[in-house]
Design a protein around this ligand. Structure first.
Ligand code: SF4
Ligand code: SF4
Ligand code: SF4
Length: 351
């Protein structure tokens, strides 16, 4: 990989020559604020929060879209840069439904974080504010465009990752708004409810319904797990409050790289269903009766080994599930082949 030398905040570093200033900074631990940048999506360079000073350039440059070159000298937190960032934030606040106290993203909001970092308490630009009704017409998430900061990440992820192209910008200037065709609710569109737009939204414009009034972000424990719905085995983080799942947050590791479909994103409510079995049952005298796990495992082992001894392993077949992880399925076939000596092992994904 060809490298070039750049200097960021007085520190010289050798970085991949294909990098932008933002990538060079991020890989070397220099934090540049961004609202519209998302790794893996096309570059928009529209929020202007990532502007930096580049030696020899007249204007401030957007770090997310400016490629680096040999000998480039960059400063990321000068007075001029900070002043420009403050102005960007003040302009955003001029048209924002700023009710942080009860906002579901309070404590987990990029706009709030950057206002704190740059000590922006309010806006000197009073004027008209957009007043959109909150759209709760779909079963999974609210769309509150009074809090939208027009970063466009939802539009890009819907088009570039999901390929659904459900939402886009409508109108111009002050009236611009993200919406679907004919400004319809999402149930009237080809939306697959993958929730990717919700996951990338940096503010509370898109919020999972299940998390509303369910707890503050800092009260929720994140539990990394594997989606149980299919063999892809997507990784995700469950948001857990008081031992109950209230939502799903993205987890960047794994084959899905943080993206989910509707099942992994919103289909977890069965976990708390009162209809679920909570303990093993063994049929005794024709009736299913509760049993302990040690008792049940010993019973199953005894019966399987008994059948193997009497009729041979070929008399036993095992059917596993796509809801198990690859590792569980591997162990299952290992148990069938190596312990019970049968090749009769299959999986419900082949039905
Ligand atoms: S989206 Fe962020 S800045 Fe806006 S009200 Fe909510 S917490 Fe505050
Ligand atoms: S839920 Fe998925 S398909 Fe629907 S608008 Fe959001 S990103 Fe697009
Ligand atoms: S809804 Fe969220 S992700 Fe979409 S443009 Fe507005 S702030 Fe950005």
């Amino acid at each position: 990989m060809d490298k070039v030398k750049v200097t960021i905040n007085g520190r010289e570093m050798a970085v991949n020559k294909e990098f932008t200033i933002l990538e060079a900074a991020e890989t070397n631990g220099v934090d540049i604020p961004t609202l519209c940048y998302e790794e893996g999506l096309s570059l928009q360079g529209c929020c202007r929060l990532c502007v930096v000073e580049v030696n020899g350039a007249r204007k401030l440059m957007a770090a997310c879209t400016t490629p680096i070159y040999e000998g480039m000298v960059v400063e990321t937190e000068t007075e001029r840069v900070v002043s420009a960032r403050r102005d960007v934030l003040r302009l955003l606040l001029a048209n924002h439904d700023l009710r942080c106290l009860t906002c579901e993203r309070n404590g987990d909001c990029r706009l709030q974080d950057y206002c704190y970092r740059y000590q922006v308490e309010n806006t000197p630009y009073p004027g008209d504010r957009k007043a959109y009704p909150i759209d709760g017409t779909n079963p999974f998430f609210y769309r509150n465009y009074g809090k939208c900061i027009m970063c466009g990440k939802c539009v890009r992820i819907c088009a570039e990752v999901n390929g659904a192209h459900v939402i886009d910008f409508m109108d111009r200037g002050f009236d611009v708004k993200v919406t679907s065709a004919y400004d319809d609710g999402l149930t009237e569109t080809t939306c697959t409810f993958c929730g990717m737009c919700v996951q990338v939204c940096p503010v509370a414009a898109l919020v999972e319904k299940s998390t509303v009034w369910a707890g503050r972000p800092w009260e929720m424990r994140k539990v990394k797990t594997t989606c149980p719905y299919c063999g892809v085995g997507c990784q995700l983080n469950l948001k857990v409050k008081d031992n109950r799942i209230v939502g799903v947050a993205k987890e960047k590791s794994g084959s899905n790289r943080g993206h989910l479909c509707v099942k992994g994103q919103f289909g977890w409510d069965y976990v708390h269903s009162p209809d679920r079995l909570t303990q093993p049952l063994i049929r005794r005298d024709g009736e299913l009766k509760p049993a302990t796990w040690p008792e049940t495992l010993a019973y199953v082992a005894r019966r399987l080994l008994g059948i193997k001894e009497q009729y041979g392993g070929a008399a036993i077949a095992g059917l596993s599930s796509a809801k198990c992880t690859n590792e569980e399925n591997y162990l299952f076939q290992k148990l069938m082949r190596s312990v019970l000596f049968t090749n009769h092992v299959d999986h419900c994904a082949r039905l």
